[in-house]
Design a protein around this ligand. Structure first.
Ligand SMILES: [Zn+2]
Ligand SMILES: [Zn+2]
Length: 331
């Protein structure tokens, strides 16, 4: 059972879904025998919705519905369709939630994956995002992410990403889009395009530049080693990424994640694709990007109470360390 409830003051939507509490957790490092994502255990997942295979038919990347979805494909309670109940708004928890199994290898971290395999994973990201967006007009946002390590919320160790299609715009995206539009109105240009121009000119916080992408440690990073990976070409939505951009992104992402892996000895992290809502009109103001958030510190009372984060590291130092790792690849 899944239900969306809206805070009447902030207008933030929350998913209420008690069913998620019962999902299994193998934690990190559990074996492969009972892993639903390992080859040979395909029957343990719901029916495959897409795959990329070798010529002899063995899968290399699979997409399957999540067994414990945060939103349900079938709206559980039609009575929730009445949107307002006095002060409060609620909606059926309708949406889609899929898992992208990134490799046949249970142990393989994406930072150590072959570039060709990472390219296949990115191909599946785009395929599933486009397929879900095309399903019906009720969906407003596609959220793509991967959690690595228990501190990042992993419940199954086998490398995988997730994709959720939601009928509401997330609070984070709503605020970001409003801020992007305000920046555009004040300055007449996209804020991230402007930032990329200035950051590339200074180089101080740049981690890696390739033909189509730039990775930087954002000026006001809230987290040690927080990274932003952005396309040079202005584009509001990840769903509009071009083939040659994906070719560049595979090698780029591999180098950045490998540097992070080596520098921090396999840190737990979240990777999120930040992309415009599906129905965004003001597309010149919004610029998609990938955010990587290593989970090295735990927010405490001050952060939670004030929403002011305290970062114990300068982003300039993070950029220096990661640039050095990229410049000296391992033997
Ligand atoms: Zn596995
Ligand atoms: Zn832009």
């Amino acid at each position: 059972m899944s239900e969306l409830r809206q805070d009447p003051i902030t207008h933030d939507w929350v998913i209420i879904n008690p069913g998620r509490a019962s999902r299994p957790h193998d934690g990190a490092g559990a074996g492969t025998v009972n892993c639903p994502f390992c080859p040979g255990n395909e029957a343990m997942t719901p029916g495959e919705v897409d795959s990329i295979c070798t010529p002899d038919g063995s899968w290399l990347v699979r997409a399957v519905p999540n067994r414990f979805p945060v939103l349900s494909e079938v709206a559980p309670d039609p009575s929730l369709d009445a949107p307002h109940a006095g002060l409060w708004s609620r909606r059926p928890g309708y949406g889609h939630h899929e898992v992208i199994i990134e490799s046949r290898d249970h142990e393989l971290e994406v930072g150590l994956m072959a570039v060709e395999q990472l390219r296949r994973v990115l191909e599946m990201y785009v395929r599933r995002a486009r397929a879900l967006a095309a399903r019906d007009g009720r969906l407003r946002q596609i959220v793509l992410f991967r959690n690595h390590g228990t501190r990042a919320g992993t419940s199954i160790a086998h490398p995988h990403s997730q994709i959720v299609a939601t009928p509401t715009v997330s609070p984070e995206t709503r605020r970001r889009v409003m801020d992007e539009i305000a920046f555009f109105d004040e300055n007449g240009c996209c804020g991230l395009c402007r930032e990329l121009d200035l950051e590339c000119a200074s180089g101080e916080r740049i981690v890696l530049e390739t033909q189509a992408f730039v990775t930087l440690a954002p000026y006001a990073s809230g987290n040690p080693y927080q990274l932003q990976i952005a396309p040079r070409r202005h584009c509001a939505s990840f769903l509009e990424v071009e083939e040659q951009e994906l070719d560049d992104l595979a090698g780029h992402l591999r180098r950045v994640l490998a540097a992070l892996f080596r520098n921090l000895a396999d840190p737990h992290y979240n990777l999120v694709v930040s992309s415009a809502p599906l129905d965004l009109v003001h597309r010149s103001a919004s610029h998609w990007f990938i955010e990587v958030l290593p989970r090295l510190t735990t927010p405490a009372g001050f952060e939670l109470g004030s929403r002011i984060v305290v970062n114990v590291q300068t982003p300039e130092q993070a950029a220096v360390e990661l640039r050095a790792q990229i410049a000296t690849p391992p033997e």
